[in-house]
Design a protein around this ligand. Structure first.
Ligand SMILES: Cc1cc2nc3c(=O)[nH]c(=O)nc-3n(C[C@H](O)[C@H](O)[C@H](O)COP(=O)(O)OP(=O)(O)OC[C@H]3O[C@@H](n4cnc5c(N)ncnc54)[C@H](O)[C@@H]3O)c2cc1C
Length: 531
């Protein structure tokens, strides 16, 4: 079998790359190992009638250019705005509800600290200005200081102009981006429910506590998008996250791309330093002029290419990428909604719409949970982000029933599958008991559960170490350092082989930026007769 370009992996980034290449007339084939598309951005009917966003559960970072250029709305994408977007229920019946209505949010925060309520709009405005400064860098390949190009200058100049515009705020932006989230948040706010709620964005998916340097950037990364209609506001997708991947796949197919599921790649065929195609697990070989991998860099280089085909320093660079993950995903079917202590009745209320923060709700509790994971223990009070997507989309569960997503951390990164089998249900029960503290009777509503620990995320989704970002998002692994220095512009040491997944700039999350930037580089190389 022959094609012009073969894309390994039908996650959202692989599909985005395929769509852009096919639109430019390249005969493109996507090969995905699973029986469904989307990678970590999927909907699966785990139990009859219950459709679950099995891994990623909200969208906020998806680049507006991808939505517009691939006409994703025409191909079926429907975003459901969540407002209010956050609720932190406390055991004493109080709660912190935050949403797009500035007056309501001011009132809510005032109940904990009038000073914080007054400062919150200023904090949000600063994040917004910072995002405007950095956003131009997301949609282009990162500059390579070792090989500067004239084309790199434009986004850098735009960023420099925006930075100058920040004037006296520049120091505060710098502190936020390079420092620990903890010191930034303590500098801004005094009340714990607010600090703890905001800190979750700084540590989600990261092997880090709020006091770890660099978590300020992770916090910022998670407020960068506007897919939900406003800065940092995340949306649900009608039909679950898989409907987003399906819309991208539709755009790719409409442009002429072919997509094969159930087609795991065994190896990338390399001859004299050049990629020639891929060999599937069933022995079939697909010859191609260009091979693009959306699989994480460790699996691509050490698994599919093989260390023997690579210079020793590249092998060392790949081995140095940090794939430790603290994340556990719990998917649930419920026979009714949780009823929070502070809410009037059991019907859908504003508290059910957004992300509900349970468990570790203060900076100190988050630190303690991380410390436990570092000792190799499951924490007594893990951090939990609970969402109830069927509140906004009644097609996801049978009448009167609901599906729930719980993103939980911190778990030790090195427990193996057998260790998890011995304790996964006990851990889930501990998590449910924490929800019971704020919503009595929650545990009794659980009719089905799926607990996905890091080894499960690795086995099911092909994520090394269960790392949700295809490798840590520390400051040392961003821009021209992602996945490693010298190879951040989607090309690789193997001619004709490119990367397009979350392990590349600008990193993890359902953004589509990696896939779009990679396609731009491939098309540019073609124009120059390379690739
Ligand atoms: C539990 C969890 C929760 C998350 N929550 C969110 C969230 O709410 N919002 C958000 O924005 N992000 C979230 N993320 C992160 C986000 O989902 C990922 O960073 C992003 O989806 C990665 O996309 P990708 O296309 O680069 O890679 P992937 O989605 O990992 O796609 C890679 C694809 O390659 C396939 N593949 C692997 N090996 C082979 C092979 N040998 N042959 C063929 N195919 C292969 C895989 O099956 C997969 O389909 C979450 C991730 C996880 C795991």
């Amino acid at each position: 079998m022959r094609c012009d370009t073969v894309v390994i992996g039908g996650g959202h980034n692989g599909l985005v790359t395929a769509a852009y290449l096919a639109r430019r007339g390249l005969e493109t084939l996507v090969v995905e190992r699973r029986p469904l598309l989307g990678g970590a951005c999927v909907t699966e009917e785990l139990w009859p009638g219950y459709k679950v966003s099995r891994a990623a559960y909200v969208v906020g970072l998806l680049r507006p250019a991808v939505i517009r250029e691939l006409e994703l709305e025409r191909h079926g994408l429907q975003l459901l705005r969540r407002d209010p977007w956050s609720y932190t229920p406390l055991a004493d019946g109080r709660g912190l509800l935050m949403g797009s209505d500035p007056q309501a949010t001011h009132r809510e925060i005032s109940r904990f600290s009038p000073r914080d309520a007054a400062r919150f709009p200023e904090y949000e405005a600063l994040l917004d200005r910072t995002a405007r400064m950095l956003e131009p860098l997301l949609d282009v390949p990162p500059p390579d200081p070792a090989h500067p190009l004239l084309a790199d200058l434009w986004p850098l100049l735009r960023m420099a102009r925006a930075a100058v515009g920040l004037r006296r705020d520049l120091a505060r932006v710098f502190q936020l981006l390079v420092g620990p989230a903890r010191s930034a948040l303590e500098g801004w706010f005094e009340s714990e429910p607010l600090r703890g709620t905001l800190a979750t964005d700084a540590v989600i998916g990261a092997w880090a506590a709020p006091s770890t340097p660099g978590t300020g950037y992770v916090l910022f990364h998670h407020v960068m998008g506007e897919t939900g209609g406003a800065r940092g506001v995340w949306a649900n997708v009608r039909g679950g996250m898989g409907a987003l991947s399906e819309a991208i796949a539709q755009a790719a197919r409409a442009a002429g791309a072919e997509i094969h599921i159930d087609s795991p790649v065994r190896r990338i065929v390399v001859d004299q330093g050049r990629a020639k195609g891929v060999e599937l697990e069933d022995g079939r070989v697909i010859e191609a002029r260009t091979v693009v991998s959306s699989v994480d860099p460790r699996r691509t280089f050490l698994g599919l290419v093989g260390a023997d085909q690579l210079p020793a320093e590249v092998v060392a660079d790949v081995e140095a990428i940090d794939f430790r993950s603290p994340s556990v995903k719990i998917n649930l079917a419920l026979d009714g909604l949780p009823r929070f202590k502070g809410s009037a009745d059991g019907r859908v209320g504003p508290e059910h719409r957004g992300t509900i923060h349970v468990g570790a709700q203060t900076l100190d509790e988050l630190e303690a949970a991380f410390a436990a994971a570092c000792r190799g223990e499951l924490p007594e009070r893990p951090m939990v982000e609970l969402t109830l997507p069927s509140v906004l989309d009644d097609g996801l569960a049978p009448d009167g029933h609901h599906v729930a997503s719980m993103f939980v951390q911190y778990a030790p990164h090195d427990l193996d599958a057998a260790a998890w089998d011995a304790q996964r249900d006990r851990f889930a029960d501990r998590v449910f008991a924490m929800v019971d503290e704020v919503a009595p009777g929650f545990s009794e509503r659980v009719v089905h559960r799926e607990v996905l620990a890091p080894p499960d995320l690795e086995r099911i989704f092909g994520l090394t170490g269960g790392n949700i970002f295809h490798g840590a998002m520390g400051l040392d692994r961003l821009a021209f350092m992602r996945p490693f220095a010298g190879w951040a512009r989607y090309r690789t040491p193997i001619d004709g082989l490119y990367l397009c997944g979350a392990g590349t700039h600008p990193g993890g999350g359902v953004m589509g930026a990696c896939g779009r930037n990679a396609a731009a580089v491939i098309l540019c190389d073609r124009k120059r007769g390379r690739g």
